[in-house]
Write a protein that binds this ligand. Structure first.
Ligand code: ZN
Ligand code: ZN
Length: 422
């Protein structure tokens, strides 16, 4: 029977319903932006004070991905903004007030020129992420060198640091540099594709462990390029032998040195000898007494069983799958056996960190306990829990209007002219 129903129980029209949803989305996005703003400030502080080093994470983005449960890429964006908090105070403030999203400010932090805070804080209020990307790409780039200039000298400079690491400065002419970039990018792409396969192995289509760090970066691409070149070179040689790291181990004193190289610290020795990837020469009084492989060598079968059980680096929050080492929980030097119960897979980063004392790994393998340098037990989950404090008090954020798409009147950011020297 048609009655004068109150507006409360009248069915809402599609128009009214979508408006109500938009209202709520605006409210929630405002809060989310403000929360992201605060998260960025916290990450900036962790970064400034170098606090992440003691957490057992392999990098600041890895820590953020692990503890927040966001994807490695989102964590990178958060860290990029955190790095430039002081350069972009207005953009970050707009985020904290709920007006700009992390993705919007992320584009600016990852690509915009120094001194452009004011410019983008204004532009971003109405620009979508795509428009911001375009705006940033319109910034003037340094002029190409005039044609007549001679090609720069090609060079590779290596600087070795005290800790044995090295910095390489490689200078290539434009075209060779482009070839190098393309080759490295192609290797990185291949690694990324493999990484994606690895992280969706149950076929469910769900991103199984999106938060796992170790997303292949440029350095991984570079090393893959080097290894591929090396493999090809080795295949051309008659004996097909990889040059391997050779360690001389004194059987009595338990001291070790690299072949024709420096003596190793106790940490380095235990790290190198833990996995069976290098060749060990046992010596007594400087005389070789044999190549001591039998006790620690890991058969292909054992290695497969290990891979089947662990799947990835066993350090919580890591999820690394490439170049995994088989770590002896009780070192074979101390009588630890090379058996499933005493072995776990760890990524090279965490393996080294462990043998330097940055994390502890205590077995047996099926009841593994990993702690950070301060002895706190690491667990794999994010820190997310039901909130106990009210959401930030910020106005709703309707999102960018996206209306400024008329690029012919957009003025790209121009850095102020550099005062001339005279
Ligand atoms: Zn080890
Ligand atoms: Zn790891």
């Amino acid at each position: 029977m048609p009655t004068a129903a109150t507006s409360l129980d009248a069915p809402a029209s599609p128009c009214e319903r979508i408006d109500a949803f938009f209202d709520e989305i605006g409210e929630l996005i405002g809060q989310r932006n403000a929360i992201d703003g605060r998260l960025v400030e916290i990450v900036a502080e962790i970064d400034r004070e170098g606090l992440w080093g003691a957490t057992g994470a392999r990098s600041l983005p890895a820590l953020v991905a692990w503890k927040t449960g966001v994807s490695p890429r989102n964590a990178e964006v958060m860290v990029a903004v955190a790095h430039r908090v002081e350069e972009f105070p207005r953009c970050v403030e707009a985020m904290c007030e709920g007006r700009l999203s992390l993705d919007q400010v992320g584009v600016v932090a990852e690509h915009a020129a120094e001194g452009s805070d004011e410019h983008y804080a204004q532009f971003a209020e109405s620009a979508t992420v795509t428009q911001l990307r375009k705006a940033v790409s319109l910034e003037p780039r340094p002029e190409p060198e005039p044609e007549s200039k001679p090609e720069p000298e090609r060079s590779i400079k290596k600087t070795t640091h005290e800790d044995g690491s090295a910095t390489y400065a490689i200078r290539l002419p434009k075209l060779e540099a482009a070839k190098f970039d393309a080759a490295m990018a192609s290797h990185q792409d291949a690694l990324v594709a493999a990484w994606k396969r690895d992280h969706d192995t149950d076929g469910s289509g769900e991103a199984v462990s999106e938060q796992a760090p170790q997303f292949p970066n440029q350095v991984d691409g570079f090393m893959s390029l080097v290894e591929a070149g090396w493999d090809t070179d080795v295949a051309l040689r008659p004996h097909g032998q990889h040059t391997t790291v050779v360690v001389h181990l004194d059987a009595e004193k338990h001291t070790a040195a690299l072949h024709l190289g420096p003596a190793l610290t106790a940490d380095e020795r235990r790290y190198l000898l833990c996995d069976a990837t290098c060749e060990v020469w046992l010596e007594r009084h400087g005389q070789p007494i044999g190549a001591g492989r039998s006790t620690r060598a890991i058969s292909r079968r054992l290695r497969r069983a290990l891979e089947h059980r662990d799947r990835c680096c066993v350090v919580p929050g890591c999820g690394g799958t490439r170049g995994l080492h088989a770590h002896h929980v009780i070192h074979w030097e101390d009588g630890g056996v090379t058996e499933l119960g005493n072995l776990v897979l760890v990524c090279p980063y965490h393996h080294r960190l462990h043998h330097r004392g940055g994390i502890t790994i205590t077995g047996p393998a099926d009841r593994l306990v990993v702690t950070d340098a301060a002895g706190r037990q690491l667990d794999g989950g994010s820190l997310a829990r039901p909130p106990t404090t009210p959401a930030p008090q910020v106005p709703p954020c309707p999102g960018p209007t996206g209306e400024r798409a008329q690029w012919w009147w957009y003025q790209p950011y121009e850095p102020p002219p550099v005062p001339s020297a005279n």
